[in-house]
Write a protein that binds this ligand. Structure first.
Ligand SMILES: C[S@@+](CC[C@H](N)C(=O)[O-])C[C@H]1O[C@@H](n2cnc3c(N)ncnc32)[C@H](O)[C@@H]1O
Length: 298
């Protein structure tokens, strides 16, 4: 099975990637959706830049995003595991937190439950609309439609920045990290959850094969939230981390931006908690990719 099908752990489908030398590495067999084949794709428009392409991609996924495994954080062991990771790195005190690329507001939900004051920012109006509905009437929460790579938030304003599954899709990571360093208070923390979505691990490849087998025997996963595979692949090809994101690659970038005390920790406790609540296919999905948690300090 192509790794693309398995990327559903973070809601990604991909058909093709290029390595850093630009050669084509792999292709999967997913046809475009009907919707895709009918519409003029955004890359046909000469003045449509990468960031607009990314925003449009996520906007189209906004209504179904929470259905696929790995996005929605259910109550129970998984919720507790994410909360523990945040508590471990940010402490128990209520803090002023910038939730970058909040998407449908799942990390927002955790931060609010932990008593923090949250500014939840995303550049997709459609994603923000879902998050706003989910958290209607909540106190200590404000939403902002803005680019996470250039937040335009005031300097020294936040105790922490938290983001999940954003760093892999940054178009200018140097600029983004510098901006995040700027908006943090002295001693403030950057905490992010991400992974190497371009290459499944060795065990991940086996898990991927098993998922494909189950798909063949039991039918496609009804909770998978849609393909847009070609479209995602075109975006990946143009991203700085499109060939993969390893935690160690980020160390020099973070240091260059001024961050210190970088701690890389394991995502395994969260994956173990996910397995306690997931069906077989989703349990297998927790093995697909190398995930990591990074926390560092201004
Ligand atoms: C994989 S989703 C993750 C959503 C959320 N962080 C979560 O973990 O549930 C990626 C999100 O990042 C947002 N995003 C990507 N690039 C962005 C940028 N430069 N500025 C703001 N939002 C961005 C997308 O709109 C989308 O909502």
């Amino acid at each position: 099975m192509a790794p693309a099908a398995a990327l559903s752990a973070i809601g990604i489908r991909t058909c093709r990637h290029r390595d850093r030398a630009g050669s084509r590495r792999r292709r999967d067999t997913h046809p475009p959706t009907d919707g895709e084949s009918l519409q003029v794709t955004s890359t046909d428009a000469a003045n449509y830049d990468l960031k607009e392409e990314i925003r449009d991609y996520w906007s189209k996924r906004s209504e179904t995003f929470d259905r696929a495994f790995g996005h929605h954080i259910p109550e129970g062991p998984e919720f507790e595991a994410w909360a523990a990771a945040i508590r471990d790195h940010l402490g128990m005190e209520p803090r002023r937190i910038l939730d970058l690329a909040c998407g449908t507001g799942e990390i927002t939900k955790l931060l609010l439950a932990l008593g923090h004051d949250v500014t939840a920012l995303d550049f997709s109006e459609a994603m923000l609309a879902v998050a706003r509905r989910k958290h209607a009437g909540r106190q200590r929460l404000r939403f902002r439609l803005a680019d996470a790579e250039n937040t335009m938030e005031p300097e020294n304003a936040y105790d922490a920045i938290v983001c999940r599954h954003l760093v892999w899709t940054l178009t200018e990571p140097h600029k983004a990290f510098a901006d995040w360093h700027r908006v943090l208070k002295p001693g403030g923390r950057l905490l992010f959850f991400d992974g190497d979505w371009a290459k499944p691990t060795r065990i991940g490849r086996m898990a991927s094969g098993l998922i494909a087998l189950i798909d063949r025997l039991a039918g496609a996963d009804p909770y998978y939230d849609g393909a847009m595979g070609e479209r995602h692949a075109r975006i990946m090809e143009r991203l700085p981390f499109g060939g993969g994101l390893r935690s160690t690659d980020l160390l020099p970038l973070l240091q260059e931006a001024g961050f210190k005390d970088v701690v890389i920790s394991s995502h395994r406790p969260i994956a173990a908690a996910q397995r306690r609540q997931a069906d077989v296919r989703n349990r297998l999905r927790t093995y697909l990719y190398q995930r990591f948690i990074i926390c560092c300090r201004k």
